[in-house]
Design a binder for this molecule. Structure first.
Ligand SMILES: Nc1ncnc2c1ncn2[C@@H]1O[C@H](COP(=O)(O)OP(=O)(O)OP(=O)(O)O)[C@@H](O)[C@H]1O
Length: 159
């Protein structure tokens, strides 16, 4: 029993290593994370109901998972085919296309859940009328830019 629990804990640890790698070395993954934070903030500000949060979570999780699978495919292809090969190109392009499809579907989910003209207009008016939201927005944009472009190391494929 103890060794089974240890094996389970180990598998979670390896999964965590995969997430950590993407956060540190995949710029697109960080873009999705920064966008997700904004989407969840917007959903909170618009008082989106629980089901809406569920849909947004599925969409955000789907895009992040697709991005991670794309990274896994790229690493496996580079390992199997260090030189150029049409099948390597096919695998990478289809994998990248899957991320695009998931991202577009998520934009659709985002619109369906967050398109509340009155609420959005009220947020926009609050942004224009007060300095605090402007400062918060600038801080968020600066932190997001640092996180996306300045955080972690260069893209790499582990040896
Ligand atoms: N081993 C390979 N053989 C043939 N074509 C490849 C190979 N590796 C990459 N390509 C192709 O070269 C182009 C650029 O690939 P690259 O791996 O640089 O991806 P990318 O679009 O820059 O994405 P990322 O920044 O996530 O790596 C893509 O069309 C890809 O399919």
């Amino acid at each position: 029993m103890k060794s089974k629990l240890a094996a389970l804990a180990r598998s979670f640890r390896w999964a965590g290593c995969g997430v950590r790698h993407c956060v540190l070395h995949e710029r697109n993954f960080r873009i999705h994370l920064a966008a997700a934070l904004f989407v969840f903030w917007l959903a909170g500000a618009l008082r989106v109901e629980t089901a809406g949060f569920g849909l947004l979570s599925l969409a955000v999780g789907g895009v992040l998972a697709a991005e991670m699978l794309n990274t896994a495919v790229e690493a496996a292809v580079d390992l199997a085919s260090p030189g150029r090969h049409p099948l390597a190109k096919l695998a990478k392009d289809v994998s990248a296309g899957a991320v695009l499809v998931m991202a577009l579907a998520s934009v659709g989910v985002g619109f369906a859940v967050l398109w509340r003209p009155e609420g959005l207009l009220a947020l926009w008016r609050a942004l224009l009328a007060h300095w605090q939201p402007k400062v918060l927005l600038v801080i968020y944009l600066a932190l997001a830019a640092w996180f996306v472009f300045g955080f972690g190391g260069e893209k790499q494929t582990p040896a």
